[in-house]
Design a protein around this ligand. Structure first.
Ligand SMILES: Cc1cc2nc3c(=O)[nH]c(=O)nc-3n(C[C@H](O)[C@H](O)[C@H](O)COP(=O)(O)OP(=O)(O)OC[C@H]3O[C@@H](n4cnc5c(N)ncnc54)[C@H](O)[C@@H]3O)c2cc1C
Length: 611
């Protein structure tokens, strides 16, 4: 990718005596110019529609009773002081606000976009909750030992040691994982009791009792995956999750103001955070918080500079909402917060051309449905099991070779007419493979396809920084397809073991009727052939300031920045490099937001007085 010019980070840590003061003296405003702020001034971010704009019978069924709209401002008063101010109206922000309000706090949510819901609204709303009450009621678990090892191993694979104290992890990382295990099931039960019905996440094919365990450990992990339940008793997605949280917030008197992008914090003379500054269409405002300010502002995939610093080769876009710009990172760093997990995200892949054109992609790519499909790198070689779960598969794009190059920076899905013509309902369906779409490349033969891909890449040269195929691409592609055909005929992928796990079989989508060996593999037909250029991406990033289990933002020495809190994808995730399952983003987000909301409700109110 072509490096873009850095946005200057200008700090106005101006001491001032205007506005509110605490009883002990003056206030200061830590104000940084945020990513794209100048370009953004006066612009109102409209949010994208719900996931899956393509015709998909599965999605049509999920929203058969209507798509709840994204929430707007509500309960707006002229108050400028609250117990708690929350920045960001996604899952993290809503749950914190609801729990704090339930505990008696007055709460204001400020949302940068014109509508709330964030990336949560686009999500499948799965929540991975080990030993949750629904699975226990079915007689599965408890299995604490398995859960702790599973989380530690995936989160910190480089240091995990099953026999070492703390499993080889740093104390604080181990403690957060343990806290998650100890509180997740209770937090979800409490949320349900506050008005958020839950159910087991269903199996996509219906062939299993519930969603297959993401890492195919059906003996231990099965049943940990929860979802919101609609009034009809059916599975509810992110659109339903947000609608439910919104209703719960309104019922508890939580006020929400949209088009308020929080740009900085106000501190008292002791350094405690006692308020925020925000930009609005009507100008900048200052608002004050007696018990704390919580950032729940999502990750930073749409901040190209931060992405380039933290992901090899950078990110071209993401399916996170466009306001996922990492505002909290600049603000908290200015206050001395320690950052963690910065090079990590909830991995996926997206069509390069969608990201180059739109930045925000509508949906994420779970798996590549169908059997007559494979994926090659720029040298025309298979380098990964294409049916591998998305987070793990996406990591291949960022792997460096011995020379420091990125041989898999772009990957090419190659498929045939069977895939194009398939109309199977598949929630994980890739972007519409119909050749009429601008991201699909066609060729009569494999040589022709290779030439068409090369030509397409030439047109994308500015965006990719001059990326080209290796000279051997066409020859290797033909050899790779031949080898894949041989594996498919025998039903065994000798190179990457495709189709050997339960989740691959549950998610694989349609197979040729005559395929009786391995439903995930079948030889491509004689052409025409099709390709989509894929780049590594994220559902959202999950690195940022380090937070305690109660959401308190920490300095490098472990001390707390008083009054400053963070939850969700804007802080360093408990999951580290791992993806414990689908739902391992929202499970921890809801759990730690619950702990943060309770902590805030129990805080003494700081005495603020008008200057
Ligand atoms: C298609 C898709 C499917 C997914 N499916 C799942 C799933 O099934 N299970 C799962 O666990 N995860 C899933 N995810 C990931 C999940 O949606 C996110 O990890 C999660 O919703 C993030 O929640 P959050 O509260 O941290 O952020 P968000 O929901 O993004 O909320 C952050 C909010 O903060 C606002 N904001 C940003 N900056 C500011 C500012 N300066 N001031 C005020 N407001 C600001 C944003 O506009 C946004 O509304 C999916 C994601 C996608 C895209």
């Amino acid at each position: 990718m072509i490096p873009r010019p850095m946005t200057p980070i200008v700090v106005f840590a101006a001491w001032a005596s205007l506005g509110m003061k605490n009883s002990s003296g003056s206030v200061r405003r830590a104000r940084v110019v945020l990513h794209g702020e100048q370009a953004d001034s006066g612009r109102s971010h409209r949010m994208s529609p719900s996931k899956n704009p393509y015709k998909d019978p599965w999605w049509e069924r999920v929203v058969a009773d209507g798509v709840p709209p994204r929430p707007g401002s509500h309960g707006v008063s002229d108050a400028d002081t609250f117990d708690v101010i929350v920045a960001g109206a996604g899952a993290g922000g809503y749950v914190t606000a609801i729990v704090a309000a339930q505990g008696g706090a007055s709460v204001l949510i400020l949302e940068a976009a014109a509508e709330g819901g964030g990336t949560t609204y686009k999500s499948g709303a799965g929540m991975w909750v080990p030993d949750n009450s629904l699975m226990l009621a079915r007689g599965r678990g408890p299995n604490r030992d398995w859960a702790i090892h599973h989380m530690a191993r995936l989160a910190f694979p480089k240091v995990y040691d099953a026999d070492a104290p703390n499993l080889g992890l740093e104390q604080r990382d181990y403690d957060l994982i343990e806290t998650y295990y100890e509180h997740a099931a209770t937090a979800l039960d409490e949320l349900r009791d506050l008005g958020f019905p839950l159910m087991e996440f269903p199996s996509f094919t219906g062939n299993y009792e519930a969603m297959v365990e993401y890492h195919s450990d059906t003996e231990n992990g099965f049943g940990a995956h929860l979802a919101p339940m609609k009034d009809t008793g059916e599975y509810g997605a992110g659109v339903h999750m947000v609608a439910r949280l919104e209703a719960m917030a309104v019922a508890r008197g939580v006020e929400m103001r949209t088009e308020h992008r929080v740009t900085g914090v106000i501190q008292d003379a002791d350094g405690a955070v006692i308020g925020v500054t925000a930009t609005t269409p009507g100008g900048d405002v200052e608002l004050h918080a007696r018990r704390g300010v919580v950032f729940a502002t999502g990750g930073y995939p749409h901040n190209r500079e931060l992405a380039a610093e933290n992901f090899p080769g950078g990110l071209y876009g993401s399916c996170a909402v466009p306001t996922a710009r990492g505002d909290f990172i600049a603000i908290a760093t200015e206050l001395g917060a320690e950052l963690g997990n910065m090079g990590e995200g909830w991995g996926t892949e997206h069509p390069l051309e969608q990201m180059v054109r739109d930045g925000e992609v509508a949906e994420h790519n779970g798996t590549y449905p169908g059997d007559s499909v494979l994926m090659v790198n720029g040298a025309g070689k298979r380098v990964v099991n294409e049916k591998m779960t998305y987070h793990e598969r996406s990591k291949i794009h960022f792997v460096r070779d011995e020379d420091g190059g990125l041989p898999n920076h772009l990957m090419f899905i190659v498929f045939d007419r069977f895939i194009v013509e398939d109309e199977t309902s598949q929630p994980n369906k890739w972007p519409d493979p119909n050749p009429s779409n601008y991201w699909v490349i066609s060729g009569e033969t494999l040589d022709d396809l290779a030439a068409q891909i090369a030509a397409r890449l030439e047109g994308l040269s500015e965006a990719t920084g001059g990326y080209t195929l290796k000279p051997e691409f066409a020859a290797n592609l033909k050899a790779t397809v031949e080898r894949f055909h041989a594996f498919a005929r025998n039903g065994v992928d000798e190179d990457f073991h495709r189709g050997e796990t339960d989740i691959e079989l549950d998610w694989t989508g349609p197979s040729h009727v005559e395929n009786d060996k391995n439903p995930t593999m079948w030889p491509l037909d004689d052409g025409p052939y099709y390709a989509i250029i894929m780049a590594g991406s994220v559902l959202d990033t999950n690195g940022g300031p380090r937070a305690s289990a109660a959401g308190e933002i920490l300095r490098a020495d472990g001390s707390v920045i008083p009054g400053l809190y963070g939850v969700g994808n804007c802080v360093a995730s408990v999951a580290g490099a791992g993806y414990w399952s689908g739902g391992s983003t929202l499970g921890p987000i809801v759990t730690f937001a619950t702990l943060t909301g309770k902590h805030l409700a129990a805080q003494p109110a700081r005495e603020l007085q008008a200057s």
